[in-house]
Design a protein around this ligand. Structure first.
Ligand code: APR
Length: 236
């Protein structure tokens, strides 16, 4: 199958995972050098850990803030943002919390798993967004620890974001998965929703995934090299 052109489809969804940011230097979660090979999420990235030892959770999340703050959007992030500007209906649905799609200029990004840069206080309900890295004041004015506004394992999903993502996916004609291992649900169910909705699915990933069979085309390479194959005809 010839790579489809984004510009030829009325409604496009870009569905990204950690592999989208790998070439920016942001570690992925699984595979070589993956975060979960180094850190046990049950100690550093779940509600139980936060309730038990918020300082340890903050030590891990401040390490991530510092690491990601040193990473810039790559050419694939920039191409997604440019395509969104030039295309009548292109939605960005990401599992990533790094904010690199937004730094590259993408708008209305649906962050299925929240954001490394957003915080909420579970005691007084305050929220804030800051890219300070490391976060120097980990306590809210009320004295409680800020809780990273990230959807950790075992957290309920953000219904509003998932509903918006499902709506965009049900309506799309082209669904491009970029850099996801497709193993973490409910996000990993979204390619199947796209297939059921009759969209053409393209998978950009150097490796096959459990969702590969749902995709009509597999571009087996890195995002920065594969995404441009879909960008034909985009006006300069
Ligand atoms: N370009 C495209 N894909 C890449 C690249 C690259 N340069 N480098 C790696 N990949 C692929 C890997 O082959 C892998 O399939 O990106 C995928 C990354 O998989 P994960 O690390 O599992 O990331 P992701 O799928 O986003 O994880 C989903 O799991 O830990 C939770 O909440 C976390 O959002 C995350 C979710």
């Amino acid at each position: 199958m010839e790579p489809p052109r984004l510009i030829d489809f009325p409604r496009v969804v870009i569905f990204s995972g950690a592999g989208m940011s790998a070439e920016s230097g942001v570690p992925t979660y699984r595979g070589a050098g993956g975060i979960w090979a180094e850190y046990d999420y049950e100690r550093y990235a779940c509600q139980r850990a936060f309730d038990r030892d918020p300082a340890a959770v903050w030590e891990f999340h401040n390490l991530r803030r510092v690491r990601v703050a040193g990473c810039a959007p790559n050419s694939a992030h920039r191409l997604v943002a440019r395509a969104q500007r030039l295309h009548p209906s292109l939605s960005v649905v990401t599992q990533n919390i790094d904010g690199l799609h937004q730094l590259a200029g993408a708008t209305d990004v649906l962050e299925l798993h929240g954001s490394l840069w957003k915080l909420r206080c579970e005691d007084c309900g305050a929220t804030q967004e800051t890219r300070q890295a490391p976060l120097l004041e980990v306590r809210c004015r009320c004295g409680a620890h800020w809780r990273p506004a990230i959807t950790w394992f075992e957290d309920p999903t953000d219904e509003e974001v998932f509903t918006a993502a499902a709506e965009a996916i049900r309506a799309c004609d082209l669904f491009v998965s970029i850099g996801t291992s497709a193993v973490v649900f409910p996000a990993a169910a979204l390619p199947r929703l796209a297939a059921r909705s009759g969209a053409v699915l393209v998978e950009i990933n150097p490796e096959p995934t459990p969702a590969s069979a749902l995709h009509a085309l597999h571009l087996r390479g890195p995002a920065t090299e594969m995404l441009p194959l879909l960008a034909g005809g985009l006006p300069d």
